[in-house]
Design a protein around this ligand. Structure first.
Ligand SMILES: [Zn+2]
Length: 174
């Protein structure tokens, strides 16, 4: 068992990892293309860098390829003339009841399901998605400037990103 074998093993591992990364990128391309063709989009601006610093979350979030997902989404949205609406990371999507609008006191990450005082039973992620979609629709209908809650000073809670058309790169003939 010399270092030669170890080096070979390392190369093998690197190859497998590259294959996984390729497949993940391919998957993200398919998903983002489909999403952008069908819809304008509302996404939550998660503090990925902060969360990746959290040992327990790092794996899940890095594996999900969130940053790459968002990059693909924004790029493709601009090609298809779709809006990407970004919901501020401080918007308490997980804590707001999508049925009655009440704000739960605390929602530690291990809580995957909860019941609001109004009686509505929620899956954490489904409830959050509903709130994010509702906030995004409010922006679409009312324009930017909808501020669901607790703005960071000077910041906007919900922003509608201007999408660049591909015409910018290849100016239209006219
Ligand atoms: Zn409720």
């Amino acid at each position: 068992m010399g270092s030669g074998n170890r080096a070979k093993a390392r190369v093998k591992v690197a190859r497998v990892q590259a294959r996984i990364a390729d497949r993940r990128t391919d998957f993200l391309h398919k998903v983002t293309t489909r999403l952008v063709r069908e819809n304008s989009l509302v996404i939550e601006d998660l503090a990925v860098s902060n969360m990746v610093g959290n040992h327990h979350l790092a794996r899940a979030i890095s594996d999900a390829g969130w940053r790459q997902f968002r990059r693909f989404l924004e790029h493709k949205a601009s090609w298809h003339g779709r809006d990407v609406i970004v919901i501020d990371r401080w918007f308490p999507s997980s804590k707001l009841c999508s049925a009655c609008g009440a704000l739960a006191a605390a929602m530690p990450l291990h809580v995957r399901a909860w019941i609001c005082g109004c009686g509505a039973a929620h899956d954490r992620d489904v409830n959050a998605a509903r709130k994010i979609l509702a906030a995004g629709l409010a922006v679409t209908v009312c324009g930017a400037g909808v501020r669901p809650q607790r703005n960071p000073p000077g910041g906007q809670s919900v922003t509608k990103q201007k999408t660049l058309r591909r015409g910018r790169r290849n100016p239209p003939r006219s």
